[in-house]
Ligand binder design. Structure first.
Ligand SMILES: Cc1ncc(COP(=O)(O)O)c(C=O)c1O
Length: 374
């Protein structure tokens, strides 16, 4: 398999492989205050709201930076300084959310769950009953650390019943897993350009419930991360407050056009599920074992146990797969050795079959007979 003639395919949860159309969209410069660019900002914001059926209930505020910038901005903007955040923690991105909430001076409590399990609405119920001071709950929809699909609908229902705010990090699920703002009540939901919309990285966006926006004024202790100010300025001028990521936005605009042409969220999910099935079947034939139970596995990123063979070492395995044109991702679990393979990006089952073939050749090059764990 000679893949030297093409760029490597990213089997990572963002940055990910984008289409040529998306890349080509970036071959032009834009004035940030120019009416053409203002029109792109407005079009992207409207299209994002359409994806969650949120035109009536929510606004969307884009923000410069990687996804974490938007998570931090959402917590800073939505949670008052004397608020109390409960983070439902079943993985690395939950821990990051708890850390940023703590660093920003918000009282933060962590409800810990096993990273091989989904977070539990019953446990949330008990926490909220026991502590009336919890003002906001933070959850991760797809915990990209292991790949768990957390029960957004049920968690939102518990929060709504108890009258507490809900902040959802939907970074790696938005546009692939269904999120319908007409059926799920949340105060803030965060995602980014370079994930399942298949744009390039460089900006995030936060959906805010219309009813809470005005009350968010003055919450943020940061100038640059204040989504309320960004929203007010954007509504007034159509412009971003500070220098926008112009090329990232026009690439996202083009990526959204392709998302719509493909058939929107249901079609994207179907393609990722097909990628996932192809991957799982192919890897099983090589002896590999997924870390998660399939019932809680999101078709976004799959964690595999490392092969038990003593010749296995991730860096060498990674380099070997890269020689065959595929970029794998290290594991993010603390206790056991794993690696991850993303199912998202502008790729289909054919590329996933090739990815499995690349893994097969990588094992052969390392002298490893089987991917079976110890
Ligand atoms: C669940 C989740 N939250 C947040 C992030 C944001 O990470 P970053 O700031 O590196 O874009 C990611 C990135 O993969 C993610 O998967």
């Amino acid at each position: 398999m000679n893949t030297a003639h093409r760029e490597a395919i990213l089997l990572t949860p963002g940055p990910l492989t984008t289409t040529l159309r998306t890349k080509v969209a970036m071959l032009r410069d834009w004035g940030s205050w120019d009416s053409d660019f203002i029109a792109v900002t407005a079009r992207v914001r409207s299209a994002l709201l359409d994806i969650i059926n949120g035109q009536d209930s929510h606004v969307v505020v884009p923000l410069q930076g990687s996804g974490t910038f938007s998570v931090e901005a959402a917590v800073a903007t939505v949670v008052p300084r004397d608020g109390h955040v409960l983070v439902l923690d079943n993985g690395a991105y939950c821990k990051r959310a708890a850390r940023l909430s703590t660093l920003m001076g918000r009282k933060t409590t962590v409800a810990a769950f096993d990273e091989a399990q989904a977070i539990s609405p019953q446990s949330l119920e008990a926490h909220l009953q026991a502590d009336g001071s919890i003002s906001h709950v933070v959850m991760i929809h797809c915990e990209t650390g292991a790949g768990v699909h957390n029960p957004l609908h049920d968690i939102a229902e518990v929060c709504a019943r108890h009258g507490r705010g809900l902040i959802v990090d939907a970074m790696s699920s938005f546009a692939a897993l269904e999120i319908d703002a007409r059926r799920i009540r949340f105060d803030a939901l965060i995602a980014a350009s370079g994930k399942c919309l298949e744009g390039v990285p460089g900006m995030g966006f936060v959906f805010l419930r219309r009813e809470i926006v005005a009350a968010c004024q003055g919450h943020s202790q940061s100038l640059a991360m204040d989504l309320h100010d960004q929203y007010v300025y954007m509504e007034k001028t159509g412009q971003w407050r500070f220098t926008p990521p112009t090329h990232v936005l026009v690439a996202l605009d083009e990526a959204i056009r392709q998302f719509q042409e493909e058939g929107g969220q249901p079609a994207r999910l179907a393609r990722y599920e097909s990628n996932y099935r192809t991957l799982i079947q192919g890897m099983a034939a090589l002896g590999f074992k997924p870390f998660l139970d399939p019932t809680i596995q999101a078709p976004i990123i799959v964690t595999f146990h490392a092969p038990g063979d003593s010749r296995y070492e991730f860096k060498a395995f990674y380099q070997a797969a890269k020689r065959y044109g595929f970029i794998l991702y290290p594991g993010k679990l603390t206790q056991i050795e794993t690696f991850r393979v993303g199912c998202i990006g502008a790729i289909g089952p054919v590329e996933m079959e090739q990815a499995v073939q690349a893994v097969r050749l990588a094992l052969r090059d390392l002298g490893i007979a089987s991917g079976a764990p110890a």
